[in-house]
Ligand binder design. Structure first.
Ligand code: NAD
Length: 439
């Protein structure tokens, strides 16, 4: 079977490489010449654990190109994995998906199954099918299937090779048959449904997870007010199998390329149909506030950030990725800059991407120690292992005033109490071993 994948981002490249790992020959198409050159040389243009190694191992079954016509013309299956970013009004920008659909229509010379992996609003697969059929150059049959992606960045390869489920949304048995063949060596339950239900499964899953995060963050905020401990609360809740213990980590909110845009897109779609998704709206609102939680906390200690030495640990939206999309650091750091703070920042892999946005305003450091040296306050935005494993005693040794604002609850409070610092985290008691008085 000849397989093509359009788009080599976090979804497209991981899909292509994992299909190759299962023995398929895969041509990966992108419009970005630089990315294609890197992949041809066996280098992954994105950071994802295990991806580059798997790409190199399967390089003989992988082809990388910008020449979509040459690839699509005789493909049996074409996966669409291009971006569907958020538009100003919250709806999904489908221009990249429709562009690929148009390219497919112009190129294919034989019957073909077009598989939509990009996250698209309910009904989009129907529109893609209509668009391709209306612009076909050759007399061929096109079968469009929805096959939403559930991988999480940071564990994308594992999530694809050992998927929780493979959802196939089809309107005909042929496309279902072909996709089952494509995935026959994947060890995952397969859910076959119609296209709209498949599209909805993706949005409902992401929005539910966003809701779970916003819920625990609200409970954490209340814990702080009334003196309960969110870590214990989440632990106690998690034993209930109906709730589960995952996604109950309180923090400064979700970011990334999916939850923020997918909550807004579904809310927008519901509104368009005169229906208000109140729970999803609440998740969005809570998250917007939560992202500013640490800046608000800092006002307890400092009237202004002007002239302060600020240490920032973690820039990416979560550990295990170099992706900055919707990262809380992107909301907080501009406020620090505007206030006139001196910022030093550390991140194990996010720095290069951050530098593209803030080339001069921040001093980027190679180690946590250098970042903390002489700092007045430290903000933790990402729970990298290096931060979680960092010796707590070092904070007071290195910083001018050891005030640590932890947006990811990296440390247990028992250890913090022995460390001679002010430690303010999410949904837990503030530890003030220095006995400093607050502003
Ligand atoms: P991305 O921005 O990382 O990658 C998109 C790629 O598509 C880019 O390399 C871009 O150059 C390329 N592209 C654009 N137009 C093209 C064209 N005409 N032909 C070929 N390539 C083209 O996007 P992503 O994060 O991989 O997300 C892709 C889709 O998958 C989105 O709809 C997203 O919501 C969904 N999704 C993402 C994740 C995730 O964790 N990133 C998880 C599940 C689903």
């Amino acid at each position: 079977m000849k397989i093509a994948v359009a788009g080599t981002g976090y979804v497209g490249l991981v899909t292509g490489v994992c299909l190759a790992e299962h023995g398929h020959s895969v041509s990966c198409v992108d419009i970005d010449n630089d990315k294609v050159a890197l992949m041809k040389a066996g280098i992954s243009p994105i950071y994802e654990p295990g991806l580059e190694e798997l790409l190199v191992e399967n390089i003989n079954r992988l082809n990388f190109t910008t020449d979509y016509k040459a690839v699509y013309k005789d493909a049996d299956v074409i996966f669409i994995g291009v971006g569907t970013p958020e538009k100003q009004d919250g709806s999904a920008n489908l221009s990249y998906v429709y562009e690929v659909a148009d390219q497919i229509a112009q190129s294919i010379e034989k019957d073909c199954v077009v598989v939509v992996k990009s996250t698209v609003p309910i009904g989009t697969n129907d529109k893609i099918e209509d668009l391709i059929n209306s612009r076909l150059v050759h007399d061929v049959n096109v079968y469009v299937a929805s096959n939403p992606e559930f991988l999480a960045q940071g564990t994308a390869v594992r999530d694809t090779l050992h998927a929780s489920r493979i959802v196939i949304g089809v309107e005909d048995t042929y496309a279902a048959h072909v996709l089952k063949e494509v995935y026959k060596d994947f060890d995952a339950p397969i859910v076959v449904t119609n296209r709209k239900s498949a599209e909805m499964i993706k949005y409902a899953s992401n929005d539910f997870l966003a809701l779970k995060i916003s819920f625990i963050n609200e409970i954490a905020n209340l814990c702080e007010i009334i003196g309960a401990d969110i870590e214990d609360v989440a632990h106690g809740m998690g034993y209930d199998g109906r709730i589960g213990n995952r996604f109950l980590n309180a923090g400064i909110g979700y970011g990334g390329s999916c939850f923020p845009k997918d909550t807004k897109a579904l809310h927008w779609l519901a509104n368009f149909h005169d229906y208000e998704l109140k729970t999803v709206k609440a998740a969005i609102d809570v998250n917007e506030n939560q992202k500013l939680k640490l800046i608000k906390k800092s006002r307890k200690y400092f009237d202004s950030l002007k002239g302060l030495n600020i240490a920032v640990l973690g820039l990416t939206f979560k550990p295990g990725t170099d992706d900055l999309r919707e990262a809380p650091s992107l909301v907080n750091i501009p406020i620090m800059i505007e206030d006139g703070a001196n910022i030093k920042a550390w991140d194990p892999i996010g720095v290069e991407n951050f530098k593209k946005r803030f080339p001069n305003e921040i001093t980027y450091c190679n180690t946590i120690e250098v970042t903390l040296k002489d700092a007045d306050v430290c903000f933790i935005f990402t729970e990298w292992d290096e931060v979680k494993d960092f010796d707590l005693l070092q904070y007071s040794k290195l910083m001018r005033t050891p005030i640590v604002l932890d947006g990811r609850n990296c440390y247990d409070l028992t250890s913090v109490r022995k460390a001679n610092l002010i430690y303010d985290s999410i949904g837990r008691e503030t530890v003030n071993s220095l006995e400093l008085s607050l502003v």
